[in-house]
Design a protein around this ligand. Structure first.
Ligand code: FAD
Ligand code: MLT
Ligand code: ZN
Length: 475
Protein backbone atom coordinates (compact mmCIF):
# COMPACT_ATOMS: atom_id res chain seq x y z
CA UNK A 1 0.00 0.00 0.00
CA UNK A 2 2.81 2.42 0.92
CA UNK A 3 4.75 1.56 -2.26
CA UNK A 4 1.62 2.21 -4.27
CA UNK A 5 1.14 5.59 -2.55
CA UNK A 6 4.76 6.55 -3.21
CA UNK A 7 4.29 5.74 -6.92
CA UNK A 8 1.20 7.91 -7.08
CA UNK A 9 2.97 10.76 -5.25
CA UNK A 10 5.81 10.45 -7.77
CA UNK A 11 3.33 10.86 -10.60
CA UNK A 12 2.14 14.13 -9.02
CA UNK A 13 5.48 15.80 -8.25
CA UNK A 14 7.76 14.14 -10.77
CA UNK A 15 10.30 11.33 -10.32
CA UNK A 16 13.08 13.37 -8.69
CA UNK A 17 10.83 15.23 -6.24
CA UNK A 18 9.55 12.16 -4.38
CA UNK A 19 12.37 10.59 -2.40
CA UNK A 20 12.09 7.21 -0.69
CA UNK A 21 15.72 6.08 -0.47
CA UNK A 22 16.63 6.12 3.27
CA UNK A 23 20.02 7.79 2.70
CA UNK A 24 18.53 10.53 0.52
CA UNK A 25 15.75 11.13 3.06
CA UNK A 26 18.03 11.31 6.11
CA UNK A 27 18.47 15.11 6.15
CA UNK A 28 14.69 15.52 6.35
CA UNK A 29 14.27 13.03 9.18
CA UNK A 30 16.43 14.70 11.83
CA UNK A 31 16.06 18.18 13.27
CA UNK A 32 18.68 20.93 13.39
CA UNK A 33 19.90 19.96 16.86
CA UNK A 34 19.87 16.23 16.21
CA UNK A 35 17.46 15.94 19.14
CA UNK A 36 14.64 14.25 17.15
CA UNK A 37 14.85 11.46 14.60
CA UNK A 38 12.04 9.91 12.60
CA UNK A 39 11.33 7.62 9.64
CA UNK A 40 9.12 8.22 6.62
CA UNK A 41 7.55 6.43 3.68
CA UNK A 42 8.69 9.28 1.45
CA UNK A 43 9.75 12.91 1.30
CA UNK A 44 7.85 14.82 -1.39
CA UNK A 45 8.81 18.22 -2.70
CA UNK A 46 5.91 19.71 -4.69
CA UNK A 47 6.60 22.63 -7.03
CA UNK A 48 3.27 24.47 -6.76
CA UNK A 49 0.03 24.73 -4.77
CA UNK A 50 -1.91 22.33 -7.00
CA UNK A 51 0.75 19.68 -6.45
CA UNK A 52 0.59 20.24 -2.67
CA UNK A 53 -3.19 19.81 -2.85
CA UNK A 54 -2.87 16.58 -4.85
CA UNK A 55 -0.25 15.19 -2.43
CA UNK A 56 -2.41 15.95 0.62
CA UNK A 57 -5.52 14.48 -1.06
CA UNK A 58 -3.66 11.25 -1.90
CA UNK A 59 -2.31 10.92 1.65
CA UNK A 60 -5.75 11.62 3.14
CA UNK A 61 -7.30 8.98 0.89
CA UNK A 62 -4.61 6.46 1.88
CA UNK A 63 -4.93 7.31 5.60
CA UNK A 64 -1.32 8.49 5.81
CA UNK A 65 -0.16 11.39 7.97
CA UNK A 66 1.47 14.45 6.34
CA UNK A 67 4.34 16.28 8.08
CA UNK A 68 4.91 19.73 6.56
CA UNK A 69 8.51 20.87 6.59
CA UNK A 70 10.26 24.11 5.65
CA UNK A 71 13.88 24.79 6.57
CA UNK A 72 13.77 22.18 9.38
CA UNK A 73 15.27 24.66 11.86
CA UNK A 74 12.41 24.28 14.36
CA UNK A 75 13.45 23.60 17.94
CA UNK A 76 10.65 21.37 19.27
CA UNK A 77 10.59 18.45 16.82
CA UNK A 78 7.50 19.69 14.95
CA UNK A 79 8.83 19.06 11.43
CA UNK A 80 10.21 15.57 12.11
CA UNK A 81 7.98 12.52 11.38
CA UNK A 82 7.35 9.78 13.93
CA UNK A 83 9.15 6.43 13.97
CA UNK A 84 6.42 4.41 12.21
CA UNK A 85 7.92 4.91 8.74
CA UNK A 86 4.37 5.44 7.39
CA UNK A 87 4.20 9.26 7.37
CA UNK A 88 5.01 11.47 4.38
CA UNK A 89 7.22 14.53 4.83
CA UNK A 90 5.96 17.35 2.62
CA UNK A 91 8.86 19.73 2.04
CA UNK A 92 7.93 23.17 0.72
CA UNK A 93 11.48 24.13 -0.24
CA UNK A 94 10.87 24.14 -4.00
CA UNK A 95 8.09 26.71 -3.59
CA UNK A 96 10.07 29.88 -3.02
CA UNK A 97 8.80 32.45 -5.50
CA UNK A 98 7.99 36.07 -4.69
CA UNK A 99 4.60 36.25 -6.38
CA UNK A 100 4.08 39.98 -5.97
CA UNK A 101 5.58 43.05 -4.32
CA UNK A 102 3.10 45.92 -4.03
CA UNK A 103 4.89 49.09 -2.94
CA UNK A 104 1.69 51.17 -2.74
CA UNK A 105 0.02 48.56 -0.52
CA UNK A 106 3.27 47.93 1.42
CA UNK A 107 2.95 44.16 0.95
CA UNK A 108 4.89 41.24 -0.43
CA UNK A 109 3.26 37.95 -1.50
CA UNK A 110 5.58 34.97 -1.21
CA UNK A 111 5.42 31.21 -1.40
CA UNK A 112 5.80 29.23 1.81
CA UNK A 113 9.19 27.72 0.96
CA UNK A 114 10.88 31.12 0.47
CA UNK A 115 13.84 31.43 2.84
CA UNK A 116 13.33 34.30 5.28
CA UNK A 117 16.56 36.03 4.26
CA UNK A 118 15.52 36.04 0.60
CA UNK A 119 12.27 37.77 1.56
CA UNK A 120 14.18 40.38 3.59
CA UNK A 121 16.42 40.90 0.53
CA UNK A 122 13.49 41.23 -1.88
CA UNK A 123 11.94 43.86 0.40
CA UNK A 124 15.27 45.72 0.70
CA UNK A 125 15.70 45.75 -3.08
CA UNK A 126 12.40 47.67 -3.23
CA UNK A 127 13.59 50.10 -0.53
CA UNK A 128 11.36 48.46 2.11
CA UNK A 129 11.82 46.35 5.24
CA UNK A 130 10.45 42.93 6.09
CA UNK A 131 11.29 43.01 9.79
CA UNK A 132 11.19 39.40 10.97
CA UNK A 133 14.75 38.55 12.00
CA UNK A 134 16.16 35.51 13.78
CA UNK A 135 19.33 33.44 14.02
CA UNK A 136 18.10 30.81 11.54
CA UNK A 137 17.05 33.36 8.90
CA UNK A 138 19.50 31.98 6.31
CA UNK A 139 17.62 28.67 6.19
CA UNK A 140 14.19 28.92 7.85
CA UNK A 141 11.21 29.48 5.56
CA UNK A 142 8.19 31.76 5.61
CA UNK A 143 5.91 28.69 5.96
CA UNK A 144 7.82 27.54 9.04
CA UNK A 145 7.85 31.09 10.41
CA UNK A 146 4.07 31.25 10.00
CA UNK A 147 3.39 27.77 11.34
CA UNK A 148 5.40 28.55 14.51
CA UNK A 149 4.34 32.22 14.71
CA UNK A 150 8.04 33.04 14.82
CA UNK A 151 9.26 35.98 16.88
CA UNK A 152 12.96 36.81 16.95
CA UNK A 153 14.70 40.08 17.64
CA UNK A 154 12.37 42.68 16.09
CA UNK A 155 9.16 41.80 17.92
CA UNK A 156 9.20 44.68 20.38
CA UNK A 157 8.93 47.12 17.46
CA UNK A 158 7.16 45.12 14.71
CA UNK A 159 5.40 42.16 16.35
CA UNK A 160 5.41 38.42 15.61
CA UNK A 161 4.37 36.69 12.38
CA UNK A 162 0.74 37.08 13.49
CA UNK A 163 1.16 40.84 13.34
CA UNK A 164 3.06 40.75 10.05
CA UNK A 165 0.57 38.69 8.03
CA UNK A 166 -2.43 39.94 6.04
CA UNK A 167 -3.43 36.86 4.05
CA UNK A 168 -2.74 33.16 3.53
CA UNK A 169 -3.20 30.44 0.95
CA UNK A 170 -3.65 27.04 2.60
CA UNK A 171 -4.14 23.46 1.46
CA UNK A 172 -6.72 21.94 3.82
CA UNK A 173 -6.42 18.40 5.25
CA UNK A 174 -8.70 16.94 2.54
CA UNK A 175 -6.73 18.56 -0.29
CA UNK A 176 -8.98 21.57 -0.97
CA UNK A 177 -7.26 24.93 -1.46
CA UNK A 178 -8.36 27.95 0.63
CA UNK A 179 -7.36 31.16 -1.13
CA UNK A 180 -7.22 33.78 1.60
CA UNK A 181 -4.45 35.78 -0.06
CA UNK A 182 -5.97 39.18 0.74
CA UNK A 183 -3.71 42.16 1.32
CA UNK A 184 -6.26 44.12 3.36
CA UNK A 185 -5.38 45.90 6.58
CA UNK A 186 -9.06 46.12 7.49
CA UNK A 187 -11.47 43.23 6.98
CA UNK A 188 -14.25 42.66 9.49
CA UNK A 189 -16.19 39.93 7.74
CA UNK A 190 -16.27 37.39 10.52
CA UNK A 191 -13.69 35.06 12.04
CA UNK A 192 -10.07 35.78 11.17
CA UNK A 193 -9.31 32.27 9.90
CA UNK A 194 -5.70 32.94 8.91
CA UNK A 195 -4.85 33.35 12.60
CA UNK A 196 -5.85 29.74 13.23
CA UNK A 197 -3.26 28.45 10.77
CA UNK A 198 -0.56 30.79 12.13
CA UNK A 199 1.05 29.07 15.11
CA UNK A 200 -0.79 25.78 14.36
CA UNK A 201 2.52 24.01 13.61
CA UNK A 202 1.10 22.36 10.51
CA UNK A 203 -1.72 20.67 12.43
CA UNK A 204 -4.59 22.27 10.48
CA UNK A 205 -3.29 22.52 6.91
CA UNK A 206 -0.30 23.26 4.70
CA UNK A 207 0.42 26.96 4.23
CA UNK A 208 1.47 27.48 0.60
CA UNK A 209 1.71 31.29 0.31
CA UNK A 210 1.25 34.48 2.33
CA UNK A 211 0.72 38.22 1.97
CA UNK A 212 3.10 39.93 4.40
CA UNK A 213 3.40 43.54 5.57
CA UNK A 214 6.32 45.72 4.56
CA UNK A 215 7.67 48.74 6.45
CA UNK A 216 9.88 51.74 5.64
CA UNK A 217 13.55 50.76 5.33
CA UNK A 218 15.70 51.60 8.35
CA UNK A 219 18.17 54.29 7.21
CA UNK A 220 19.78 55.19 10.55
CA UNK A 221 20.89 52.69 13.10
CA UNK A 222 22.84 52.63 16.37
CA UNK A 223 23.91 49.57 18.33
CA UNK A 224 25.22 49.26 21.87
CA UNK A 225 26.58 46.46 24.04
CA UNK A 226 25.97 47.17 27.71
CA UNK A 227 27.26 45.38 30.82
CA UNK A 228 24.63 45.01 33.53
CA UNK A 229 24.71 43.87 37.16
CA UNK A 230 21.42 41.95 37.07
CA UNK A 231 18.14 41.46 35.13
CA UNK A 232 16.46 44.29 37.09
CA UNK A 233 19.00 46.66 35.50
CA UNK A 234 17.90 45.42 32.08
CA UNK A 235 14.25 46.13 32.87
CA UNK A 236 15.23 49.62 34.04
CA UNK A 237 17.32 50.25 30.93
CA UNK A 238 14.44 49.26 28.64
CA UNK A 239 12.29 51.80 30.48
CA UNK A 240 14.90 54.54 30.01
CA UNK A 241 15.33 53.77 26.31
CA UNK A 242 11.58 53.77 25.72
CA UNK A 243 11.31 57.17 27.39
CA UNK A 244 14.11 58.67 25.29
CA UNK A 245 13.76 56.86 21.96
CA UNK A 246 10.10 55.77 21.83
CA UNK A 247 9.48 53.17 19.15
CA UNK A 248 12.95 53.69 17.66
CA UNK A 249 13.94 50.91 20.07
CA UNK A 250 14.05 48.02 17.58
CA UNK A 251 15.85 45.36 19.62
CA UNK A 252 16.71 44.70 23.24
CA UNK A 253 18.34 41.32 23.89
CA UNK A 254 19.56 40.14 27.29
CA UNK A 255 22.36 37.58 27.75
CA UNK A 256 23.82 35.98 30.86
CA UNK A 257 27.60 35.71 31.16
CA UNK A 258 27.35 31.93 30.71
CA UNK A 259 25.68 32.44 27.30
CA UNK A 260 28.37 34.85 26.11
CA UNK A 261 31.15 32.67 27.53
CA UNK A 262 30.01 29.77 25.30
CA UNK A 263 30.09 32.02 22.23
CA UNK A 264 33.57 33.30 23.10
CA UNK A 265 34.73 29.70 23.49
CA UNK A 266 33.19 28.21 20.34
CA UNK A 267 32.48 30.85 17.71
CA UNK A 268 35.59 31.72 15.68
CA UNK A 269 36.38 35.44 15.73
CA UNK A 270 34.01 36.25 18.62
CA UNK A 271 35.57 38.83 20.94
CA UNK A 272 34.53 40.23 24.33
CA UNK A 273 34.10 44.01 23.95
CA UNK A 274 35.10 44.47 27.61
CA UNK A 275 38.28 43.50 29.49
CA UNK A 276 36.42 42.03 32.49
CA UNK A 277 33.46 39.67 32.60
CA UNK A 278 30.08 40.96 33.79
CA UNK A 279 27.06 38.98 35.04
CA UNK A 280 24.68 40.14 32.30
CA UNK A 281 24.78 41.99 28.98
CA UNK A 282 22.23 43.79 26.83
CA UNK A 283 22.39 44.28 23.09
CA UNK A 284 20.45 47.39 22.21
CA UNK A 285 19.51 48.65 18.78
CA UNK A 286 17.76 51.85 17.74
CA UNK A 287 16.56 52.36 14.17
CA UNK A 288 14.85 55.13 12.24
CA UNK A 289 13.55 55.53 8.70
CA UNK A 290 15.12 59.00 8.50
CA UNK A 291 18.70 59.13 7.22
CA UNK A 292 21.08 60.88 9.61
CA UNK A 293 18.87 60.60 12.71
CA UNK A 294 20.95 61.17 15.85
CA UNK A 295 20.44 57.73 17.34
CA UNK A 296 23.94 57.54 18.84
CA UNK A 297 23.06 60.68 20.78
CA UNK A 298 19.86 59.07 22.06
CA UNK A 299 21.61 55.88 23.16
CA UNK A 300 24.36 57.91 24.83
CA UNK A 301 21.84 60.02 26.78
CA UNK A 302 20.06 56.87 27.95
CA UNK A 303 23.39 55.30 28.92
CA UNK A 304 24.65 58.31 30.85
CA UNK A 305 21.43 58.28 32.87
CA UNK A 306 21.86 54.50 33.30
CA UNK A 307 25.42 54.95 34.63
CA UNK A 308 24.24 57.61 37.05
CA UNK A 309 21.53 55.33 38.41
CA UNK A 310 23.93 52.36 38.67
CA UNK A 311 21.94 50.46 36.05
CA UNK A 312 24.84 50.07 33.57
CA UNK A 313 28.42 49.05 34.41
CA UNK A 314 30.14 49.48 31.07
CA UNK A 315 29.05 50.11 27.47
CA UNK A 316 30.21 50.43 23.89
CA UNK A 317 28.21 52.22 21.21
CA UNK A 318 29.22 51.29 17.68
CA UNK A 319 28.76 52.98 14.36
CA UNK A 320 28.93 50.97 11.16
CA UNK A 321 27.59 47.65 10.12
CA UNK A 322 30.79 45.59 10.62
CA UNK A 323 31.07 46.48 14.31
CA UNK A 324 27.36 46.02 14.79
CA UNK A 325 27.56 42.57 13.14
CA UNK A 326 30.36 41.60 15.54
CA UNK A 327 28.09 42.42 18.49
CA UNK A 328 25.19 40.51 16.94
CA UNK A 329 27.47 37.46 16.59
CA UNK A 330 27.83 37.43 20.36
CA UNK A 331 24.05 37.15 20.55
CA UNK A 332 23.11 35.02 17.54
CA UNK A 333 25.98 32.57 18.10
CA UNK A 334 24.57 31.32 21.42
CA UNK A 335 22.40 28.44 20.08
CA UNK A 336 25.18 27.06 17.90
CA UNK A 337 27.84 27.51 20.61
CA UNK A 338 25.76 25.70 23.20
CA UNK A 339 25.52 22.65 20.92
CA UNK A 340 29.28 22.15 21.50
CA UNK A 341 28.72 21.68 25.23
CA UNK A 342 26.61 18.50 25.07
CA UNK A 343 22.82 18.31 25.01
CA UNK A 344 21.07 21.66 25.18
CA UNK A 345 17.76 21.34 27.05
CA UNK A 346 15.66 24.11 25.50
CA UNK A 347 13.00 26.04 27.36
CA UNK A 348 11.51 29.02 25.67
CA UNK A 349 9.30 30.94 28.06
CA UNK A 350 7.65 34.32 28.44
CA UNK A 351 6.72 36.21 31.57
CA UNK A 352 5.52 39.77 32.22
CA UNK A 353 8.61 41.97 31.79
CA UNK A 354 8.48 43.54 35.26
CA UNK A 355 8.52 40.09 36.86
CA UNK A 356 11.63 38.85 35.03
CA UNK A 357 14.05 39.69 37.89
CA UNK A 358 12.18 37.64 40.51
CA UNK A 359 11.53 34.88 37.96
CA UNK A 360 15.24 34.55 37.13
CA UNK A 361 16.29 34.54 40.77
CA UNK A 362 13.73 31.88 41.76
CA UNK A 363 14.33 29.69 38.71
CA UNK A 364 18.13 29.76 38.92
CA UNK A 365 18.01 28.78 42.57
CA UNK A 366 15.62 25.87 41.93
CA UNK A 367 17.68 24.61 38.97
CA UNK A 368 20.91 24.71 40.95
CA UNK A 369 19.18 22.79 43.77
CA UNK A 370 17.96 20.17 41.28
CA UNK A 371 21.33 19.64 39.53
CA UNK A 372 24.26 21.27 41.34
CA UNK A 373 26.74 22.76 38.86
CA UNK A 374 24.17 22.96 36.05
CA UNK A 375 25.13 25.58 33.46
CA UNK A 376 22.18 27.91 32.85
CA UNK A 377 22.22 29.62 29.45
CA UNK A 378 19.54 32.26 30.04
CA UNK A 379 19.14 34.87 27.32
CA UNK A 380 16.65 36.21 24.87
CA UNK A 381 14.22 38.81 23.69
CA UNK A 382 13.66 40.39 27.06
CA UNK A 383 11.93 43.39 25.49
CA UNK A 384 9.07 40.93 24.82
CA UNK A 385 9.43 39.21 28.22
CA UNK A 386 10.80 36.16 26.34
CA UNK A 387 13.72 34.28 27.87
CA UNK A 388 15.40 31.17 26.50
CA UNK A 389 16.21 29.12 29.58
CA UNK A 390 18.52 26.61 27.96
CA UNK A 391 20.44 24.19 30.12
CA UNK A 392 23.82 22.48 29.72
CA UNK A 393 25.18 19.68 31.87
CA UNK A 394 27.63 20.42 34.70
CA UNK A 395 31.16 20.58 33.24
CA UNK A 396 32.72 17.13 32.99
CA UNK A 397 29.50 15.14 33.61
CA UNK A 398 27.96 12.55 31.27
CA UNK A 399 25.36 13.43 28.63
CA UNK A 400 22.92 10.65 29.47
CA UNK A 401 23.11 11.33 33.19
CA UNK A 402 22.06 14.93 32.47
CA UNK A 403 19.36 13.91 29.95
CA UNK A 404 17.79 11.75 32.65
CA UNK A 405 16.91 14.98 34.51
CA UNK A 406 15.28 16.60 31.45
CA UNK A 407 11.62 16.20 32.47
CA UNK A 408 12.22 17.21 36.07
CA UNK A 409 14.22 20.29 34.99
CA UNK A 410 11.47 21.33 32.54
CA UNK A 411 8.95 21.15 35.39
CA UNK A 412 11.18 23.30 37.60
CA UNK A 413 11.20 26.03 34.95
CA UNK A 414 7.53 25.72 33.96
CA UNK A 415 6.34 25.74 37.59
CA UNK A 416 8.31 28.93 38.07
CA UNK A 417 6.72 30.36 34.90
CA UNK A 418 3.26 29.47 36.26
CA UNK A 419 3.93 31.50 39.42
CA UNK A 420 4.04 34.67 37.29
CA UNK A 421 1.28 33.67 34.81
CA UNK A 422 3.74 33.22 31.95
CA UNK A 423 3.79 30.86 28.97
CA UNK A 424 5.88 27.70 28.57
CA UNK A 425 6.42 28.48 24.89
CA UNK A 426 7.01 32.05 23.80
CA UNK A 427 8.11 31.32 20.24
CA UNK A 428 9.24 27.78 19.34
CA UNK A 429 5.89 26.02 19.82
CA UNK A 430 4.86 22.68 21.31
CA UNK A 431 5.83 20.21 18.55
CA UNK A 432 6.88 16.91 20.08
CA UNK A 433 8.79 18.36 23.01
CA UNK A 434 5.92 20.01 24.92
CA UNK A 435 2.84 18.26 23.54
CA UNK A 436 2.50 16.16 26.71
CA UNK A 437 3.37 18.70 29.34
CA UNK A 438 1.23 21.52 27.95
CA UNK A 439 -1.92 19.91 29.38
CA UNK A 440 -0.62 20.64 32.88
CA UNK A 441 -0.07 24.32 32.16
CA UNK A 442 -3.06 25.33 30.03
CA UNK A 443 -6.62 25.97 31.08
CA UNK A 444 -9.01 23.01 30.49
CA UNK A 445 -11.51 25.11 28.53
CA UNK A 446 -8.72 26.34 26.25
CA UNK A 447 -7.52 22.76 25.68
CA UNK A 448 -11.08 21.64 24.92
CA UNK A 449 -11.52 24.43 22.35
CA UNK A 450 -8.18 23.58 20.75
CA UNK A 451 -9.16 19.91 20.39
CA UNK A 452 -12.54 20.96 18.95
CA UNK A 453 -10.85 23.18 16.34
CA UNK A 454 -8.50 20.34 15.36
CA UNK A 455 -11.39 17.87 14.95
CA UNK A 456 -13.35 20.40 12.89
CA UNK A 457 -10.53 21.09 10.44
CA UNK A 458 -8.92 17.66 10.42
CA UNK A 459 -11.34 14.99 11.69
CA UNK A 460 -9.17 12.11 10.42
CA UNK A 461 -5.91 13.48 11.80
CA UNK A 462 -4.05 13.75 8.47
CA UNK A 463 -2.05 16.86 9.37
CA UNK A 464 1.13 16.51 11.41
CA UNK A 465 -0.07 13.69 13.67
CA UNK A 466 1.52 13.41 17.10
CA UNK A 467 2.36 17.10 17.44
CA UNK A 468 0.98 19.98 19.53
CA UNK A 469 -1.31 18.00 21.89
CA UNK A 470 -0.94 14.42 23.16
CA UNK A 471 -4.43 13.25 22.29
CA UNK A 472 -5.25 14.61 18.83
CA UNK A 473 -6.94 12.45 16.23
CA UNK A 474 -3.96 10.90 14.43
CA UNK A 475 -3.04 8.36 11.79
P1 FAD B 1 10.45 23.87 10.19
O1 FAD B 1 11.41 23.59 11.26
O2 FAD B 1 10.62 23.16 8.91
O3 FAD B 1 8.97 23.58 10.75
C1 FAD B 1 8.53 24.14 11.95
C2 FAD B 1 7.04 23.77 12.18
O4 FAD B 1 6.25 24.39 11.17
C3 FAD B 1 6.76 22.28 12.07
O5 FAD B 1 5.72 21.96 12.95
C4 FAD B 1 6.30 22.10 10.63
O6 FAD B 1 5.45 20.99 10.47
C5 FAD B 1 5.55 23.40 10.40
N1 FAD B 1 5.59 23.88 9.01
C6 FAD B 1 6.68 24.20 8.26
N2 FAD B 1 6.31 24.68 7.06
C7 FAD B 1 4.95 24.65 7.04
C8 FAD B 1 3.98 25.02 6.07
N3 FAD B 1 4.32 25.52 4.90
N4 FAD B 1 2.67 24.85 6.39
C9 FAD B 1 2.30 24.34 7.59
N5 FAD B 1 3.18 23.98 8.54
C10 FAD B 1 4.49 24.15 8.28
N6 FAD B 1 12.34 30.91 16.40
C11 FAD B 1 11.82 32.08 16.81
O7 FAD B 1 10.60 32.24 16.83
N7 FAD B 1 12.64 33.11 17.21
C12 FAD B 1 13.98 33.02 17.19
O8 FAD B 1 14.67 33.95 17.57
C13 FAD B 1 14.55 31.81 16.73
N8 FAD B 1 15.89 31.69 16.64
C14 FAD B 1 16.42 30.53 16.17
C15 FAD B 1 17.81 30.42 16.07
C16 FAD B 1 18.38 29.25 15.59
C17 FAD B 1 19.87 29.16 15.46
C18 FAD B 1 17.56 28.15 15.23
C19 FAD B 1 18.13 26.87 14.70
C20 FAD B 1 16.17 28.26 15.32
C21 FAD B 1 15.60 29.43 15.81
N9 FAD B 1 14.22 29.58 15.93
C22 FAD B 1 13.68 30.75 16.35
C23 FAD B 1 13.33 28.43 15.64
C24 FAD B 1 13.02 28.27 14.12
O9 FAD B 1 13.98 28.70 13.31
C25 FAD B 1 11.80 29.05 13.76
O10 FAD B 1 10.75 28.52 14.48
C26 FAD B 1 11.44 29.02 12.27
O11 FAD B 1 10.33 29.83 12.17
C27 FAD B 1 11.15 27.63 11.70
O12 FAD B 1 11.11 27.71 10.28
P2 FAD B 1 11.43 26.44 9.38
O13 FAD B 1 11.11 26.79 7.98
O14 FAD B 1 12.78 25.94 9.65
O15 FAD B 1 10.32 25.44 9.93
C1 MLT C 1 17.20 32.33 19.85
O1 MLT C 1 16.55 33.36 20.04
O2 MLT C 1 18.44 32.33 19.73
C2 MLT C 1 16.48 31.01 19.73
O3 MLT C 1 15.10 31.25 19.60
C3 MLT C 1 16.71 30.28 21.01
C4 MLT C 1 17.28 28.93 21.02
O4 MLT C 1 18.06 28.52 20.15
O5 MLT C 1 16.96 28.25 22.00
ZN1 ZN D 1 14.43 33.31 20.27
Amino acid sequence: MTADLVDRLRQVVGPTAAISDPDDMSGYLTDWRGAYRGRAAAVVRPGNTDEVAAVVALCAEAGVGVVPQGGNTGLCGGAVPDLSGRQVVLSLTRMRRVRDLDVANQTITVEAGAVLRSVQEAAAAAGRLFPLSLGAEGSCTIGGNLATNAGGTGVLRYGTMRDLTLGLEVVLPDGRIWNGLRGLRKDNTGYDLKQLFIGAEGSLGVITAAVLKLFPAVRSRATAWVALPDPQAAVDLIGLLRELAGDRLTAFELMSRQSVAFVLRHVPGARDPFGDPHPWYALVELGDALPGADLDGMIESALSEAFERGVARDAVVVAGSAQSAALWTLREGISEAQNHEGPSLKHDVSVPIGRIPSFVERTDRALEDAVPGIRIVAYGHIGDGNLHYNLSKPAGSADDEFQAHADALARVIYDSVAVVDGSISAEHGLGQSKRGIIVDYKDDHELHLMRTVKRLFDPHGVMNPGKLLPDQPGL
